[in-house]
Structure formats: C-alpha cells, structure tokens
Design a protein. Sequence first.
Length: 217
Amino acid sequence: MNCQDVGMGTPLDALAWPRRTDRLTLRPATADDVEATWRFRRREDVSHWLTRSPATLAEYRMLFQDPDRLAGTLVAELDGTVVGDLMLKVDDAWAQAEVAGQARGVQAELGWVWDPGHAGQGYATEAVRELLRLCFEDLGLRRVTADCFAGNVSSWRLMERVGMRREAYTVRDSLHRSGEWLDGMGYALLADEWRTAGPGARGAADPRPGGRQGRAS
C-alpha cells in the first residue's frame, strides 16, 4: 500500500483528518492499528482474496507497519471500533515522453478490506464513496482504479455500486495461492464521470474533517 511521495510527505498528509461520514470516521492508519486490522484480515474468508496472507501476528505486524504501506492506508471506525481499512495509492499515468511531467501523480489505485462482522449494512459503500470524494475533490486526481478477483463478488459489486466502470475482465491471468489460475476484473472512474453521476453513486458528502481486496496487500 504505497503512496507516492510529494515533497517530504504524502498526498494524505496534506488533508485535514479525521473525515466523518454519516456513520463512520476515516483517518490515516497508525502502527497501533495492527491488531485491530489483523482481527478481521486473519479470517480465511477475508485472506482468501488478499495478495498476502501472513500466518502470524508478528509477520503481519512487519507488513502492516512498513512506512510506505502505512502512508497509503486509512482505517474506518464505527463508534471507535476499526471495521475496515482502505488503500489509496497515488500513481503516475502512462504518458509519452514529451508530456510525462503532466501525468505525474494524477491517478490512484484503491483497495479495501472489510470486517465481515460489519458487512451487509452499507458501511463499506459509505467509506468508499468518501474515498472517491477525497480523490477527486481534495486531491484533485483525474482517475481512480480498483481490481479484484472475479470470484470476489462483494468487491466488484461495491465498485459498481459507487459508479465505477468495468474496464477489463481477464481470463485465468492470476495465480492464487491455492494453485488455481483465477479470472480478474478491473474497474475505473474518471473525475468528470464522478462529478456528473447522480447522488446514488456519489452519496452525500460531509464537509467535516472521516493487491486487490480483491488483491489488496
């Protein structure tokens, strides 16, 4: 979960925190969030879809507390309890050499991991809508992407629910730790698409400062 450096900090450093939605608080993750996120990431029904599946808390702690990863990680809290984490990794867009400077830091890859104990209540949708608002309004990005395994139905349905477009369906392109080659799906959303979307896709913004999950790390 890397986040591109901007000066001495990261894009998230420039924003006011925390951010609050109707029911959630979003804030940058800290090293102290390792056990709260391990609680749901260790579950087989969650780790099955993730890029890495650490076997122990100690192994996960080393992964989670890596400074580059931590810089692009947010956590979502419900009444003070961490119920999910999100990735926001700012990237350069592809560009021809003569205009490469104009393509630096203009897009982001998104990801999320949610506690199944708090699934089915719209919390993940609420958090991702706020994440999109941060990307397009606060960070001024032009495009966001997200990927998942095709079998991770809840993840790609969430992408569609928040207005993202399916751009790719790849056939048996990704080797799962089970030894099986799995299909993948790629989604994207442009800033102008987001701005013209109806309120159902964007949600109501709250101005108060809150590898895929699919294959997220």
